[in-house]
Design a protein around this ligand. Structure first.
Ligand SMILES: [Zn+2]
Length: 287
């Protein structure tokens, strides 16, 4: 006798609903018949799943006029982003930006604060404080918040939500995802800032039609996000694309990573400012 295992059935249901939602996100407006073809799920299952998603205010119906057809417009499904939000946190060298977004990514409101260099424990309390205060300050604008997306400069194990190292703040092995989840109960995604940016270019920006691309950033820090076969390259240690830490001057300036003469010590914002200041001094002394 075959015994049904509710756990497994639940899991399959959730997976199917997730797959349908993702297809509507990517291809919507899309008809139920098209969804059935793409997912290879029976039309009856699609009807049931989409009814549940409509009831949960996750998707909604819209009219689609198929090209070439002059008949009645068909019914298509699109995401219903109304009232669904997420919080993004961007921690950079010396600053933090917290923003509330619609699920589509559009920014509803944004706050920026200075963050001085400090010890790991202090940084954690400061972060948690900022999140609490953000929710308190904007409680009138906040609706259904689904998740928190965090991007930081440094090595990140995004699968575990762990900041492996963030030299600017002296952070090592910080379980940031788990900490924020415990504090808020929300799903938390943690990523390296430049790789997250490269992923955003793939999903919404310049790389939307290409599966392989390299994004190079030379701002506060120097780094790269590498996209291969539509996925961000990370490596076991999350350290692929650490362009800024390739040694270009063997006896150059000391870098935050501990080595000397890294590309970042030549082309990073701080280095460029210091070099410019030195040059200005030399010129004015000569005059
Ligand atoms: Zn370095």
């Amino acid at each position: 006798m075959l015994l049904a295992q509710p756990g497994h059935i639940d899991h399959i249901k959730r997976k199917n609903a997730g797959m349908v939602y993702q297809l509507i996100d990517q291809l919507g407006p899309i008809s139920r018949i098209e969804l059935s073809k793409h997912t290879q799920l029976a039309p009856a299952s699609i009807t049931k799943i989409t009814r549940e998603l409509v009831d949960a205010h996750l998707i909604m119906e819209t009219e689609i006029q198929e090209s070439g057809s002059r008949g009645r417009p068909a019914v298509g499904l699109v995401l219903n982003n109304d009232g669904w939000q997420f919080l993004s946190i961007r921690l950079g060298p010396g600053y933090i930006v917290l923003a509330l977004h619609e699920l589509s990514g559009a920014i509803i409101l944004k706050d920026k604060f200075d963050v001085p260099q400090m010890a790991q424990d202090e940084l954690v309390s400061l972060l948690l404080n900022h999140v609490q205060q953000f929710f308190a300050r904007h409680n009138k604008k906040i609706e259904r918040v689904t998740s928190i997306a965090v991007s930081v400069p440094g090595l990140v194990d995004h699968r575990q939500g762990v900041v492996v190292s963030m030299p600017y703040y002296g952070v090592e092995n910080l379980q940031l995802g788990a900490l924020l989840h415990r504090e808020t109960g929300l799903s938390v995604f943690v990523g390296n800032d430049i790789r997250s940016w490269a992923l955003a270019e793939k999903l919404f920006g310049k790389a939307i039609n290409s599966n392989s691309a390299v994004l190079v950033s030379a701002h506060h820090s120097v780094g790269a996000g590498i996209l291969v076969d539509g996925r961000i390259l990370e490596g076991q240690l999350g350290n692929i694309g650490e362009l800024g830490h390739i040694q270009v001057k063997p006896f150059g300036r000391r870098c935050v990573c501990g080595n000397s003469g890294c590309l970042e010590t030549v082309a990073g914002l701080q280095a460029v400012i210091e070099d410019a200041e030195t040059l200005v001094k030399q010129v004015t002394q000569r005059v």
